[in-house]
Design a protein around this ligand. Structure first.
Ligand code: ACM
Length: 502
């Protein structure tokens, strides 16, 4: 039961009197909170909970003059008082308490004042290349909530599989959900609309927004298998990779699909992908109707057609009352900067980040290095990706986004936040998924929440073991950075992919 007290109560004053000294939160391993809070003043003694868990003893004071995610916790031997403007702030205060309780269930006395550095603290899971069912997603949401992460992006469609039920087009999951990256004949796997509703609600209870991605105009091969009439078709490796861009029927199909998607996800955003369309796609160059369409609409060439496609998708999504998010290729589509949010992913093209910021776009930082969790995290690992030899250790991830601060200087207000992405070409099962996700995601959580002045790599490593214990309670097979040999790398699906570049 939560008790509501008025501001400036006697209890709050007693709490303040007991406190002794202010320390930078991230620099003290006695405060094993990840992500490190913005400010902590340590007190004396412990609060001993009368009930388990201690969050039940917390008294809440509603204080309106702060941001939605702000909280202040005053922990004294007799009382825990939380000041927050919203339920989200109260929820984050509870997450801090849960991390603070030591092995005996005691909580050291202190005052914590905290709020996030960035509003977008995200993780993306690719469920197309290999599908991960509802239970895996719910467990990830539990752990993200503990880390005060608040965005969960589901990459629902790609070449390999279409993973969301669309009632109007049953073949999308009837045919398009068959197979995965390691086994073209794997049985159908997808989320029913009921599953999606359950995931969205579970996330909402944990103050996490779920964002759907329907990738277009490329990465659409699963549509080719189920509704070839909306696909460019073709032959060879890239057959059916793109939607057919020169027929109104394609846009009607997309409007129907996106209307069902919009109704399932309350998030104000829909992600349309927009990446890697392959400008030189043979079929776009040779199909006479496509070439005629380019001429009739004065689009110039195939790139102009790609941009036209993105603009049409944006119009459809705006008509559904939502805002488009897309991978960074979309910045040249001609959609105004206030109508679209950009995910910068091509770390080897920092000029694209510069261009997006200069054009006024809001940007989510998600560069391959250090935000792609399909990259290896230790030099002895053999299966995941590397890029010109570089990969994503905990340390590399910890130095982000400070490592690019010269590029974002003066434009911080356009940076919505940070997101890690788990691409699953080389992640075929839960054990490897866990290994590639944990504990790296704790670093991204701290990068996205804690201010630069509160980050401290050394004490992060002192705080991490307690979080690993929490992961143990969930039976997560995480990579152990303190003893890499104790957690051998689980094998991936594709032996020929060993040490793949790019
Ligand atoms: C991407 O990695 N193609 C966004």
């Amino acid at each position: 039961m939560i008790t509501i007290l008025k501001q400036g109560s006697a209890l709050a004053n007693i709490a303040v009197a007991l406190l002794l000294y202010l320390i930078p939160a991230g620099t003290n391993a006695q405060i094993p909170i990840i992500p490190a809070p913005q400010s902590v003043t340590l007190g004396k003694g412990y609060f001993a909970p009368t009930k388990k868990p201690a969050t039940k003893d917390m008294v809440v004071v509603t204080e309106k003059n702060h941001g939605d995610e702000y909280y202040r916790l005053e922990i004294t031997p007799k009382k825990i008082v939380c000041y927050a403007a919203t339920e989200t702030g109260v929820f984050y205060a509870k997450q801090s308490l849960l991390q603070l309780a030591d092995v005996h269930g005691r909580i050291p006395c202190m005052i914590i004042e905290d709020e996030p550095r960035f509003e977008w603290r995200g993780l993306m899971l690719d469920v197309s290349r290999h599908f991960f069912g509802k239970e895996v997603v719910l467990q990830q949401l539990d752990i993200l909530a503990r880390l005060k992460m608040n965005r969960y992006h589901l990459h629902l469609t790609d070449e390999t599989g279409w993973r969301i039920e669309i009632k109007q087009y049953p073949k999308l999951t009837g045919v398009g959900a068959e197979g995965n990256w390691s086994d073209r004949k794997a049985p159908r796997a997808f989320y029913t609309q009921e599953d999606i509703r359950e995931i969205v609600e579970y996330a909402r209870e944990r103050h996490i927004m779920v964002i759907p991605e329907i990738d277009m105009p490329g990465h659409a091969t699963a549509v080719y298998r189920s509704y070839p009439e909306f696909s460019t078709g073709g032959t060879g490796r890239w057959a059916g990779f793109t939607f057919y861009p020169a027929a109104e029927a394609t846009y009607t199909f997309l409007r129907h699909v996106l209307t069902e998607v919009a109704a399932l996800f309350p998030a104000p955003y829909i992600h349309i992908g927009g990446d890697e369309v392959h400008f030189g796609n043979q079929e776009w160059k040779t199909d006479p109707k496509i070439q005629q369409f380019i001429q009739d609409n004065q689009l110039g060439n195939e790139v102009g057609l790609e941009h036209y496609f993105v603009r049409r998708a944006c119009e459809i999504i705006a008509g559904l009352g939502k805002t488009v998010i897309g991978w960074d290729e979309i910045i040249e589509s001609g959609v105004p900067a206030d109508k679209m949010i950009v995910m910068w992913w091509r770390h080897d093209k920092p000029q694209v980040l510069d261009q997006a910021l200069k054009a006024g776009f809001r940007v989510i930082l998600s560069p391959r290095i250090p935000c792609y969790f399909d990259f290896v995290q230790h030099d002895t690992h053999k299966i995941g990706r590397r890029w010109s030899g570089a990969f994503n250790t905990l340390e590399v991830a910890y130095r982000f986004p400070e490592s690019i601060q010269d590029r974002t200087a003066g434009r911080e207000r356009q940076i919505l936040g940070i997101q890690a992405n788990i691409w699953t070409e080389r992640i075929a099962d839960k054990k490897r998924l866990d290994f590639m996700t944990f504990p790296r995601v704790t670093v991204i959580a701290e990068d996205a929440w804690s201010g630069t002045e509160n980050k401290n790599e050394a004490t992060f490593k002192e705080r991490l073991p307690l979080f690993l214990k929490y992961l143990d309670t969930k039976k997560i097979y995480y990579f152990n950075p303190f003893n890499p040999d104790s957690t051998p790398e689980p094998w991936g699906p594709e032996k020929e992919d060993v040490i793949a570049e790019g």
